[in-house]
Ligand binder design. Structure first.
Ligand code: NAD
Length: 288
């Protein structure tokens, strides 16, 4: 297919960037892809895997001549990385990023944007609990949402080109503003990860008094529910540090619901428990 961009630079070669590369190749997009990751080990693994047409030892070299630059590093690294590459971006290029949080990321990137360079934040709503350059695969974004979070003054044709690119990678796209994005993601992704991590912590605490039985006998429910607690701790530390308001808001609502259920259990209110589970089951069954 004719490529929306002739040269794409991927900065940070983990799960998301490597999946983007394989999805680009699968699409038959005729474009040259350069890459950079901070650690030498990651860069060497990427070279061995054939990830990117060229892997550079510096971000500055990787972005030179690129039409699209995608920052796929942990949210806390977005600002410093943008500051480093800014003087090396060619006029007319588009900078994008795939961070899980938008308001803070936009605020740390925007001050470093050179004159004449476009910026279109995105968030592919797809992932696994694995990380690193060898964890990516071409179908990760298939039929998943990629949220596009452009500024009001961004040119329409620049946004449409980013949307076309993500659609070629298999995703469906939808536009959203940054605050709304951060609240939606707190509900559908951030707080579920926090609860999964917490549940493993509870099991670990109990295990100390129950001779390893919790992990040994962990049944399907615990395994399914806590799968995402195997995710990268740096990524999730940064998500909670940068999406403080929305995650605190949703955590407050979550604990309200939990306390209501705790009371129903303590008082033996089977009617309330049944009604709640019936209502929430119907909603969950509607999610494919
Ligand atoms: P990952 O841990 O698999 O990869 C991150 C990569 O960034 C690694 O190669 C690491 O070496 C590199 N890196 C870290 N700091 C760097 C720096 N200062 N300079 C250059 N490279 C650096 O992570 P991932 O899952 O691919 O996540 C990347 C981004 O995508 C994050 O912002 C995350 O919030 C977002 N995201 C993740 C998921 C998910 O489920 N994993 C989904 C959507 C979006």
């Amino acid at each position: 297919m004719s490529a929306p961009y002739k040269r794409v630079a991927l900065i940070g070669l983990g799960l998301i960037a490597s999946s983007m590369f394989w999805a680009m190749k699968r699409s038959g997009m005729d474009c040259h892809v350069t890459g950079y990751a901070r650690s030498e080990k990651t860069r060497n693994t990427a070279r061995k895997l054939g990830l990117c047409d060229t892997v550079f030892d510096s971000a500055e070299e990787a972005v030179k001549d690129a039409d699209l630059i995608v920052l796929a590093v942990p949210v806390g690294a977005m600002g410093p990385v943008m500051q480093t590459i800014a003087p090396h971006i060619k006029p007319g290029a588009t900078v994008s990023e795939v961070g899980s949080v938008k308001r803070t990321v936009i605020d740390v990137i925007t001050p470093h944007l050179p004159e004449g360079v476009h910026f279109v934040p995105t968030h592919p709503m797809a992932g696994t609990e694995h990380s690193g350059p060898d964890s990516g695969f071409a179908s990760l974004f298939d039929n998943r949402w990629c949220l596009i979070v452009p500024d009001d003054d961004c040119d329409e044709d620049v946004i449409v080109r980013v949307e076309t690119y993500w659609q070629a990678l298999g995703a469906n796209t939808e536009r959203m503003d940054a605050e709304h994005h951060d609240m939606v993601c707190a509900v559908v992704s951030h707080i579920p990860h926090l609860i999964a991590y917490t549940m493993v912590g509870v099991a670990d605490d109990l295990q100390r008094v129950s001779d390893n039985e919790v992990i040994k006998f962990s049944a399907a429910g615990f395994r399914d529910f806590t799968r995402i607690a195997a995710s990268d701790p740096v990524m999730w530390r940064d998500v909670f540090l940068t999406n403080k308001d929305a995650t605190i808001e949703i955590l407050g609502r979550f604990t309200e619901e939990l306390f209501a259920l705790q009371r129903a259990i303590r008082t033996g209110d089977g009617e309330q428990l049944h009604a709640y589970f019936t209502h929430t089951r119907a909603i969950r069954r509607g999610i494919l």
